[in-house]
Design a protein around this ligand. Structure first.
Ligand code: KG4
Ligand code: ZN
Length: 343
């Protein structure tokens, strides 16, 4: 029987400090997530410098807790993995420095991981991956369709030309007085309202795989401001439902188009916005109707947002493929696919 692979994984790209121990890429022995949301809420978004300061305070506590909860010691580990981009540079640097230090002190290999690759692998906790595969990656910073011909090969085939889907949720949430991050609340409100405003579906019918959400965001904000000026009170549940319907329509339409152009065995839905109930239900139904032979894995709700367990899941694959970083590993805030990390 093959030996188990135990990886200590670090994630600090935005506002969650997280350390996990993952066995063989699929079994989460621990996943410690220290969230800073409350510190950023009063600013209506993540303040980079505040985020870095939180990471530095929490990272060692997270390491100790992750090892203790998993009941493993440094000598049981096979590798250390870390998100080195994309993300906020000051935040990434804390995780990268901590991971490097642990790897150096304990003579362990260091495996560099792309944050978005990590989001994809969160779906590994619900089922086995099959290739060729496609992922719809929807988060606060990214909205991408990624084609994976085989394990560890990534190609972006579609992406947003302006705002990410999560960013649009957070911006319209602010107009409605919802605390950052707004996605979850807007999703809940959407289920209590109707699409009465019929906001635009940008690029929905265009023959490409790209997205755009800034027009929708502007239409939403204009509708609210105009009503304000007239002294009219709009129904917040209908506003949320109309916004969500537009986002879900476009994401679904483009994903189906991509599946028509790139035949795959499996579709992955991942990233913070993958927690959206409207999107999960709609994609499931449309896949069943249009692509019954393509299996779908949706990242578990608990692992849609940023966490180190997903980095550990991706790292097991990268480790097997020989990805290694040296002590000169740096944060790469604008890191993109394809992944190419061999020294
Ligand atoms: O992946 P993530 O945790 O961080 C980034 O890598 O960006 O995604 C966070 C984003 C936020 O914009 C948040 O509002 C959104 O995911 N989000 C949701 C839901 N839950 C979180 N958006 C829509 N519906 C949800 N249920
Ligand atoms: Zn993320």
């Amino acid at each position: 029987m093959a030996k188990d692979t135990l990886i200590l994984a670090f994630e600090s790209s935005c506002d969650e400090t997280s350390v996990a121990v993952v066995k063989n890429g699929v079994e989460i022995l621990s996943n410690i997530v220290a969230t800073q949301i409350q510190s950023h809420q009063r600013f209506g978004g993540v303040v980079p410098e505040v985020a870095s300061r939180h990471h530095i305070e929490w990272i060692t506590r997270c390491i100790h807790q992750a090892l203790e909860t998993a009941q493993v010691d440094y000598q049981d580990l096979d590798a250390v993995a870390v998100t080195y981009g994309p993300g906020l540079v000051g935040s990434l640097l804390i995780g990268v420095t901590a991971a490097k230090t642990v790897a150096w002190a304990h003579h362990l290999p260091l495996v560099p991981i792309n944050h978005m690759e990590g989001h994809i692998y969160a779906a590994r906790f619900v089922g086995e991956f099959q290739f060729p595969q496609m992922a719809l990656l929807v988060s606060g910073g990214h909205t991408e369709l990624v084609y994976m011909p085989s394990e560890h090969e990534y190609e972006i085939i579609g992406e947003t030309r302006d705002d990410a889907a999560g960013e649009a949720y957070d911006k319209i949430g602010r107009v409605l007085g919802v605390n950052y991050p707004a996605g979850k609340t807007i999703d809940e409100w959407a289920h209590q309202g109707q699409d009465t405003f019929h906001f635009p579906r940008a690029m929905e019918k265009e023959a490409n795989l790209d997205f755009s959400f800034s027009g929708l965001k502007s239409a939403f904000i204009n509708t609210c401001h105009n009503a304000d000026q007239r002294g009219e009170q709009l129904n917040k549940y209908d506003l949320a439902a109309s916004f969500q319907q537009s986002v879900v329509d476009v994401l679904t339409e483009k994903t189906l188009r991509a599946l028509g152009e790139y035949p795959v065995k499996q579709l992955i839905l991942a990233g913070g916005v993958a927690a959206n109930q409207g999107l999960r239900e709609r994609l499931k139904n449309e896949m069943h109707k249009n692509f019954p032979d393509v299996t779908m894995l949706q990242a578990p709700l608990k692992y849609c947002g940023d966490n180190a367990a997903m980095i550990g899941a991706a790292a097991e694959v990268a480790y097997r493929h020989g990805d290694r970083a040296g002590n000169d590993l740096n944060a790469v805030p604008g890191l993109s696919f394809p992944v190419n990390k061999k020294e």
